[in-house]
Ligand binder design. Structure first.
Ligand SMILES: [Zn+2]
Length: 197
């Protein structure tokens, strides 16, 4: 299971403090609620693409001695299953869906067209659910589409604060979980269904 590490610095600052397993150690297991602190369990490696960084980062992993499941501590600039950082995706979606306000922002970094289209498709399909969830944090503004409204709410809340709320409290993914992991980003194994009597 992935949970978020509320890490506010740059990718490089994140990499510099990675050997410290102690300070971000989860106090209890999020999967079985055992109250014993988790033990360090190495790292896994993933890619992150940011304006100033394009490469692999390590992500801390912990093990729950009670249920023997692992928990990984994803830095909050990253989204599960997507290589680009939250900020990269935000800049691209804003430029594409709210071009009128583009003058007030930095332009999105260049990237393959197909990747942007993929984000756009996923964001649009999830925009209505995002608006409903983000209504806990921001007043829904007038907008002509759910995607534009969700973007305005993400802007007023702050993308990282919104990501933290969606992911930590609701297990919701900014761009939606891949179908194999829905709902809530966990692998689901459906048991056999009893035949109706
Ligand atoms: Zn556990």
């Amino acid at each position: 299971m992935q949970i978020l590490h509320p890490f506010a610095g740059s990718v490089q600052q994140y990499l510099d403090q990675l050997v410290d397993f102690e300070s971000p150690r989860p106090k209890h297991c999020p999967q079985c609620e055992a109250s014993k602190p988790l033990t360090g369990h190495g790292f896994y490696t993933r890619t992150i693409i940011n304006a100033a960084f394009d490469g692999e980062i390590r992500v801390r992993r912990y093990l729950c001695q009670a249920c023997r499941r692992t928990v990984s501590l994803l830095p909050e600039f990253a989204l599960p299953y997507l290589r680009s950082s939250v900020t990269m995706i935000a800049l691209w979606l804003l430029a594409r869906l709210l071009p009128a306000s583009a003058g007030q922002r930095q332009p999105p970094p260049p990237m393959p067209y197909q990747r942007g289209q993929f984000w756009l498709r996923r964001f649009r399909s999830q925009a209505e659910a995002l608006c409903a969830a983000l209504a806990h944090l921001a007043t829904p503004p007038a907008a002509s589409t759910f995607a534009q409204r969700a973007l305005l709410m993400l802007e007023s809340t702050g993308w990282l604060a919104a990501h933290r709320f969606l992911f930590a409290d609701l297990r919701q993914h900014l761009l939606g979980w891949p179908p194999s992991l829905a709902p809530a980003g966990r692998r689901v194994a459906l048991g056999p269904v009893a035949a109706p009597a």
